[in-house]
Design a protein around this ligand. Structure first.
Ligand code: ZN
Length: 161
């Protein structure tokens, strides 16, 4: 395993590109999953999407403190309700802003064994899932931020992905 470089949104336009689905889960993909988890934990983030380490494939990892979630080709199939909270991003260091997200989401995707998984998340997990899946389409939270709420942070303690 290895820690990969997290791309900065102003320095690398890979973060604005649409990622391609994974058609075959080979050793490169498994290594990428391992590296993404290590990179996320090293950066103390709650989630990481493959484009953030420069790989345009539809893969995310999330850990909101309840264990690692790995998703390949994730899709949001249901959204319910609304929540608003401060959000940050490992690729946009030093700032945070208020973003509205669904209160609950249902996701389908594949695990590392190629098995179909269905996952329901609420609160922070719903937020993290939406944030990371946005990354796969080149969408950043600053595109969705409530006007006037972006602010600098000295200590990066927000929920970052
Ligand atoms: Zn992010």
């Amino acid at each position: 395993m290895a820690i990969r470089e997290i791309k900065h949104y102003e320095k690398d336009d890979v973060l604005r590109k649409k990622a391609r689905p994974v058609d075959k889960i080979d050793n490169r993909i498994l290594l990428l999953l391992d590296d993404m988890a290590e990179t996320m934990y090293n950066a103390e983030g709650v989630g990481l999407a493959a484009p953030q380490v420069g790989v345009l494939r539809r893969i995310v990892v999330i850990d909101i403190g309840e264990g690692i979630i790995e998703l390949i080709n994730p899709e949001i199939v249901e959204e319910q309700g609304e929540q608003a909270d401060m959000e940050g991003c490992l690729s946009i260091p030093g700032i945070t802003g208020l973003v509205k997200r669904p209160a609950r989401v249902k996701i389908v995707g594949l695990n590392r064994y190629g098995e179909k998984v269905e996952l329901e998340g609420e609160d922070l997990l719903a937020r993290a899932l939406c944030h990371e899946i946005d990354h796969l389409d080149g969408v950043l939270y600053i595109d969705r931020v409530e006007p006037g709420t972006l602010r600098r942070i000295d200590q990066e303690t927000e929920n970052r992905g």
